[in-house]
Design a binder for this molecule. Structure first.
Ligand SMILES: *Cc1c(COP(=O)(O)O)cnc(C)c1O
Length: 358
């Protein structure tokens, strides 16, 4: 499906041939040292990417990113907590739902048009035990100031949980610099792998707070004890783990995480600059490198644009949901992106608007 299409959707994203080739191979048996080494290697690579503090551990779950979000709430929060949940869109709202389902007292902190640099002034003045945030609120293309939030959680002695699913690899995240306790990642966004693997990085502070849970599959303690020997309690997404190992090697080979972020920024800047002559304006003031959210300024329906790009140009971008389907569409810069590849979308947009690109 869509094999001859150009992919600018925010997950799954454009994958590189190298990673696709790994996915085409026979899935190997995994209860052995060879595979344990893959797991160790993936854990080490992830810890490096987020600059996790010494003694941090990674949980690998065979599930989509939402399971990462939910399992973190289940293993780290309970009815004695009071979580401050940043809600700037669909994914923030999902964390509120998860807290409610698991009876975790929470404050739904609805935010708009701010990256929370001034969180101290904006946050409700109650006492909170933890802060939960989606670093990049993918539903609107909005990036929060992780370091400002980290100062706030440090000053107020709060646990700091970050869903970094849609900004890892393309945008900066440093657990030590920003005092982050938990990072949630997922395979199908910046890592540019197939969906099916979610990863949770736990700092030593978070590890100490782990509690008993009423769940077999989402019991982090089980994952940690199996992790000692490079294994998971249940069958992992073996092939995606092999692809993750290859991807982590690829990131290092291409100059490391700093270089990955710089390349993503270059492509995002190039795209934003290139479309300046078109009746489209950016929908957020605080965009990540990962994505550009656009609003048509000529009254055209965003959904019509998305459909036309797919049908006439074989270019896939993503509509917003609900009320915003006619006003906002999103362009991902995650994955195996280059300026040349992005030119296909830019040229399509210029052709669509019958404007010549110079
Ligand atoms: C994609 C995404 C998720 C995970 O969604 P799944 O469909 O469960 O993989 C979670 N948080 C954010 C911010 C995302 O962009």
């Amino acid at each position: 499906m869509y094999e001859d299409h150009y992919i600018f959707t925010p997950g799954p994203v454009k994958m590189s041939q190298e990673i696709l080739d790994v996915g085409a191979k026979q899935t190997p048996y995994f209860r052995n040292c060879e595979f344990s080494n893959v797991v160790y290697h993936c854990e080490k690579g992830l810890i490096d990417i987020v600059n996790a503090p010494e003694g941090s551990k990674v949980i690998f779950l065979t599930a989509s990113g939402t399971a990462g979000m939910e399992s973190v709430v289940m293993n780290l929060l309970n009815s004695n907590d009071n979580a401050l949940v940043v809600n700037g869109g669909g994914f923030g709202a999902r964390f509120v739902d998860i807290c409610n389902i698991h009876d975790v007292p929470n404050t739904n902190f609805q935010v708009n048009n701010t990256n929370l640099k001034d969180i101290e002034a904006l946050a409700p003045q109650d006492k909170f035990s933890s802060l939960i945030v989606n670093a990049h609120e993918t539903s609107v293309g909005h990036l929060y100031d992780l370091t400002a939030l980290g100062e706030y959680t440090k000053n107020n002695n709060m646990m700091y949980i970050v869903d970094a699913i849609s900004m890892l690899v393309t945008d900066e995240l440093d657990m030590q610099k920003s005092h982050i306790d938990v990072v949630i990642a997922s395979s199908q966004k910046g890592f540019a792998l197939p969906p099916g693997l979610t990863m949770v990085v736990l700092s030593p502070t978070a590890l100490e707070k782990l509690q008993s849970v009423k769940s077999l599959y989402f019991n982090f303690k089980d994952y940690l004890s199996n992790g000692e020997r490079g294994q998971t309690p249940y069958t992992p997404a073996v092939t995606i783990m092999l692809q993750l190992e290859a991807r982590l090697n690829q990131i290092v080979r291409r100059g490391g995480i700093t270089q990955s972020i710089a390349s993503a920024r270059e492509v995002a800047d190039y795209f934003r600059l290139s479309i300046k002559g078109l009746p489209l304006k950016v929908a957020s003031l605080f965009m990540p490198n990962a994505m550009t959210a656009l609003t048509p300024t000529d009254g055209k329906s965003a959904l019509d644009i998305v459909n036309d790009l797919e049908n006439k140009y074989k270019v896939m971008v993503c509509p917003n949901g609900g009320d915003e389907r006619d006003t906002i569409f999103r362009v991902s810069h995650m994955g195996d992106m280059t300026k040349e590849y992005t030119d296909v979308l830019i040229d399509a947009l210029f052709d669509y608007y019958k404007v010549s690109r110079n």
